[in-house]
Ligand binder design. Structure first.
Ligand SMILES: NC(=O)c1ccc[n+]([C@@H]2O[C@H](COP(=O)([O-])OP(=O)(O)OC[C@H]3O[C@@H](n4cnc5c(N)ncnc54)[C@H](OP(=O)(O)O)[C@@H]3O)[C@@H](O)[C@H]2O)c1
Length: 328
């Protein structure tokens, strides 16, 4: 990161730095980065504000989850060729201690899933919906950024739990995908006119669970239609990350009236949930009950543009960057 962004990301917020390839010490491994995950939470980390993690400063390496392959090993537990995932950052080579890595078995699922549906976003969807949203059969679940890495999994799990699922997404292609491919009952295209009326028509029995990824006026629209004892799961507010902020113009007493709860969470504080979530999600993928989709940008130099695209809805599914080709 070259500087703190002022609002929307600019190319000058980033700089490419060339440095010698690092060498692993005894017990460590050298990893060649194959796929970098771009995740929205990195954008708020670029602002100098108090948060659940220290913010970035100019000159810091852009952080990010990644998948790679061990190319030099000084630890017999991780031989060369092993696929691993971890917090790699926006760089081509990483030196790491094995304790900081997750070993990936490429015969079980494509390696990219280790930073998508079988990685942090999948764990987020599984934990947030099931542990905080607590959906019951027949209830109405609304999820925003519905075709994205987290939202697509949330909606599909809610369907497996017997819920009626309404997605909110930008544009007809994403909405068609939500209904036809992901099996949602309906999808609200928020880029088209008359959102409030169309949303009211889609929720005659109101909303029992809101899984919120976007924030702003769209979130307020759903909050005004909560059912009694509704659960609002605050996962993210991507529409607000570039600032300025808006939304939450809903009177506090509305939550009292509906006896609703609203809970924010950060998935890295719930690591105990991850292995069980991955096991269940992997089984659902094998059984053809859950689908996922990816957008892959080519080359680390295109990471800033792809990251900007993620924050403006240009991605369609989990956004990745191919840093290097395997065996390439
Ligand atoms: N709490 C946690 O631990 C945790 C963990 C992971 C992710 N998250 C949050 O979960 C959310 C989704 O993350 P993800 O990785 O799954 O990303 P994603 O949904 O794959 O991609 C982001 C999507 O957000 C939507 N979006 C972007 N800007 C928007 C805007 N101004 N207004 C409305 N929608 C906008 C776009 O979809 P449309 O084109 O459909 O608008 C875009 O495709 C983010 O808010 C993220 O911060 C939280």
């Amino acid at each position: 990161m070259a500087r703190h962004p002022a609002g929307e990301l600019d190319d000058a917020d980033f700089q490419v730095v060339e440095a010698p390839r690092p060498a692993p010490a005894d017990g460590q491994v050298l990893i060649r980065h194959l796929y970098l995950s771009l995740d929205p939470f990195i954008r708020p980390m670029m602002d100098p504000v108090r948060s659940y993690v220290p913010h970035l400063n100019p000159g810091d390496l852009m952080p990010g989850f990644g998948v790679g392959q061990v190319v030099q090993s000084r630890n017999p537990a991780l031989p060369e060729g092993t696929h691993v995932s971890g917090r790699f950052g926006w760089q081509e080579y990483i030196v790491a201690d094995p304790a900081a890595l997750r070993v990936i078995d490429p015969s079980l699922a494509p390696i990219t899933t280790a930073v998508g549906i079988l990685g942090m976003p999948g764990a987020t969807a599984h934990y947030g919906l099931l542990e905080l949203g607590k959906p019951k059969p027949g209830e109405t679940v609304v999820v925003s950024a519905a075709t994205g890495a987290v939202g697509s999994v949330v909606g599909q799990i809610a369907k497996l739990r017997g819920c009626r699922v309404i997605g909110i997404a930008g544009g007809p292609a994403k909405c068609d995908h939500a209904v036809q491919e992901l099996g949602f009952d309906a999808c609200l295209d928020y880029r088209a006119a008359g959102i409030e009326e169309r949303f009211s028509a889609l929720t005659p029995g109101y909303v029992d669970v809101l899984f919120e990824n976007v924030g702003g006026p769209l979130m307020d629209m759903v909050l005004r239609r909560l059912n009694a004892h509704a659960r609002v799961v605050l996962c993210g507010a991507i529409s607000q990350y570039d600032g300025p902020t808006s939304g939450i113009g809903v009177p506090a007493f509305e939550f009292v009236r509906q006896r609703a709860t609203m809970t924010g969470f950060i998935i890295s504080e719930h690591m105990a949930h991850w292995p069980g979530a991955f096991e269940e999600l992997a089984r659902w993928i094998r059984e053809g009950k859950i689908r996922y989709r990816e957008s892959i940008a080519d080359g680390l130099r295109n990471a800033p543009a792809a990251f900007k695209g993620l924050l403006t809805g240009k991605n369609f599914g989990k956004q990745l960057v191919r840093v290097a080709r395997e065996n390439g």
